[in-house]
Design a protein around this ligand. Structure first.
Ligand SMILES: Nc1ncnc2c1ncn2[C@@H]1O[C@H](COP(=O)(O)OP(=O)(O)O)[C@@H](O)[C@H]1O
Ligand SMILES: [Mg+2]
Length: 258
């Protein structure tokens, strides 16, 4: 039995403890699970589903995600699960890509990881027709990962309601975090860009920490400063930044020897 299956089973028992009604994990083989968890008393949250597809995880990304993980493990030593939101000042800086790289790297290291798609206006994963898998959008997916699953990695796609309204309610993220207790080691929230989305700062205050993704050479200092201020004002804890798409001035093969 895979660790992700165990994680999903644990999520189920946590969910039952929270009184959230029937879940897809309990469905008999061949039976279609319901599209969402929850009941009328609480925000419906989508089921965590094994993620089909992934992003490119090159040597540089592995090195950088490892350094980030080690730092975060010490800052968030007492948290379980550790929850992070990746966000950026503006759209297109690589938030989803970096959040997925981090989630995949953690899962490769045997951590149980839940990736939560919280960018309702530009989601990157969708439940497939059978509602048994989350499928990564081709916009970010690596062709070399097509059809492949990362063990230990589950994804919670944005709900149809969130996509049609254009924002993920805070109650959904709260419920997702609660349901992850005991089932996942990390919850990685792929957040909307701060300056463009009024809900981003609120969502940031619900997680243990925020990682700001900056597109190297494109992110402008005043815009980034404004994003940081908005996050801090709402109670978000900015724990780090990732400089995405950094261009190395020296050839990669030399860089790797430094
Ligand atoms: N480091 C990178 N190398 C190559 N392509 C990237 C990288 N980061 C992002 N991209 C590409 O840029 C586009 C926008 O990235 P995405 O992660 O969707 O940004 P955001 O979530 O901030 O809107 C996608 O097509 C993605 O594949
Ligand atoms: Mg995105």
């Amino acid at each position: 039995m895979t660790r992700i299956y165990d994680a999903l089973k644990k999520a189920e028992s946590t969910r039952q403890r929270l009184g959230l009604g029937p879940s897809p994990i309990g469905a008999a083989p061949g039976q279609s699970p319901p599209a969402s968890w929850g009941n009328s008393a609480m925000e419906a949250i989508p089921a965590p589903l094994p993620l089909l597809g992934g992003v490119e995880l090159g040597e540089d990304a592995v090195r950088e995600t490892t350094a980030l993980r080690v730092n975060l493990e010490s800052v968030l030593a007492d948290r379980s699960p550790r929850s992070l939101m990746f966000t950026s000042a503006q759209a297109g800086e690589g938030t989803s890509t970096v959040a997925l790289q981090f989630a995949q790297a953690l899962a490769h290291g045997s951590a149980r990881v839940l990736f939560v798609d919280a960018h309702a206006r530009r989601p990157v994963c969708f439940a497939d027709d059978s509602q048994r898998h989350a499928v990564l959008d081709v916009r970010v997916a690596s062709p070399s990962m097509a059809g492949l699953m990362t063990p230990n990695l589950a994804a919670m796609p944005a709900t149809e309601e969130a996509v049609s309204s254009g924002n993920v309610p805070a109650a959904v993220i709260r419920a997702a975090l609660q349901s992850a207790v005991g089932a996942f080691d990390w919850v990685i929230v792929d957040g909307p860009p701060v300056v463009e989305s009024p809900d981003a700062a609120t969502l940031a205050s619900l997680v243990d920490g925020v990682i700001l993704v900056l597109h190297a050479g494109r992110a402008k200092r005043p815009v980034v400063a404004r994003a940081v201020e908005m996050l801090r004002k709402s109670g978000g804890r900015v724990l780090g930044t990732v400089l995405n798409r950094r261009v190395h001035e020296i050839p990669g093969f030399i860089y790797r020897r430094i």
